[in-house]
Design a protein around this ligand. Sequence first.
Ligand code: FAD
Ligand code: NAP
Length: 321
Amino acid sequence: MAEQRRTKVLIIGSGPAGYTAGVYAARAMVEPILVQGIEPGGQLTTTTEVENWPGDSEVQGPDLMVRMETHAKAMGCEVVSDIISSIDFENRPFVCQSDSGTEYVADAVILATGARAKWLGLPSEEKFKGFGVSACATCDGFFYRGQEIVVVGGGNTAVEEALFLTNFASKVTLIHRRDELRSEKILQDRLFKNPKIEPLWFHEVDEVIGGEDPLGVEGVKVKHTKTGEITEIPCKGVFIAIGHAPANELVKDVLETHMGGYVVTKPDSTETSIPGIFAAGDLTDHKYRQAVTSAGMGCMAALEAERWLAEQEDDAALAAE
Ligand code: FAD
Ligand code: NAP
């Protein structure tokens, strides 16, 4: 028989939202269990310097997430290495199945599964994933010392990845479908001042091209978005940085979503349409998608879960009288 773990509050996800919920829920003495998922520490483990976390003018993303984990544990949150595969929303307590086979049985659940990198969806991109095509410069940049690289996208992630990759690459071409970046101005300034980076405006990747044996990228075919003209850029690495989509697989058929899959919560709240299920962080946030806003929502979710549990206990006590 599967091992069963009983908890008042199950937190799913180990990004800033999950760990902050862990700190608050543990301090509320509800003995939470936090399941880390496939990416312990979440998205910030895929970056280097974080310059907008209050209290730290500069901190490495992975270091910040280790500190958050340590903090949550120190407050009494149990942190478990596992992945939740399904949640039974029909009955309470909620039964959550996991990849390890353990069943987590929880009175309340905080969903903090965050977001994942988007891909272009080209067959050639799929073919060369892991063989020259990547969505994580901090993970894979090191392999491209002295090589030419392209980065696709025009947001904060693309600009940061392009800047970071200049530590290794001889040249970085930033391919963007418009002629205006949506990233913060401070990052744009750094980008335009960097002699190794060349922006390529009004272009989209049409195909990733490369060799078969060994499998590896040799370049990209790019298409001008206005004229349709196709040209080729030689490169050994292609970094896709076109944004992130909410990791809503566990809930998308059950909870209301909007704006491309973000879970809808009640106004000024982390409550979802199912009592006892709370959602926080990038999973619910199509607008800000920052570490600090995710952490704030994690705090809200833990406080709301604690209050909701207390109300349930009060109702049960009244009914028993
Ligand atoms: P995430 O960090 O996305 O974490 C989600 C967690 O859920 C992960 O731990 C994952 O393992 C877990 N999970 C998912 N599915 C399951 C499952 N089925 N079972 C169990 N666990 C699951 N923001 C800033 O404020 N400043 C920055 O400088 C900054 N830099 C960034 C750089 C990069 C390259 C990227 C990609 C993002 C950056 N961001 C930055 C945005 C920031 O990382 C996110 O806003 C923040 O991490 C969102 O936190 P979260 O807790 O909602 O989710
Ligand atoms: P983003 O802000 O959504 O930007 C995605 C970029 O990719 C946009 O420029 C978009 O072009 C382009 N794009 C999207 N789909 C495309 C496609 N199919 N083909 C070509 N280009 C495509 O995503 P992000 O940069 O990953 O940032 C996500 C969130 O994390 C943001 O809230 C951001 O502020 C945050 N973040 C913060 C920091 C920081 O604070 N330092 C660092 C990284 C990320 P258009 O502009 O034309 O739409």
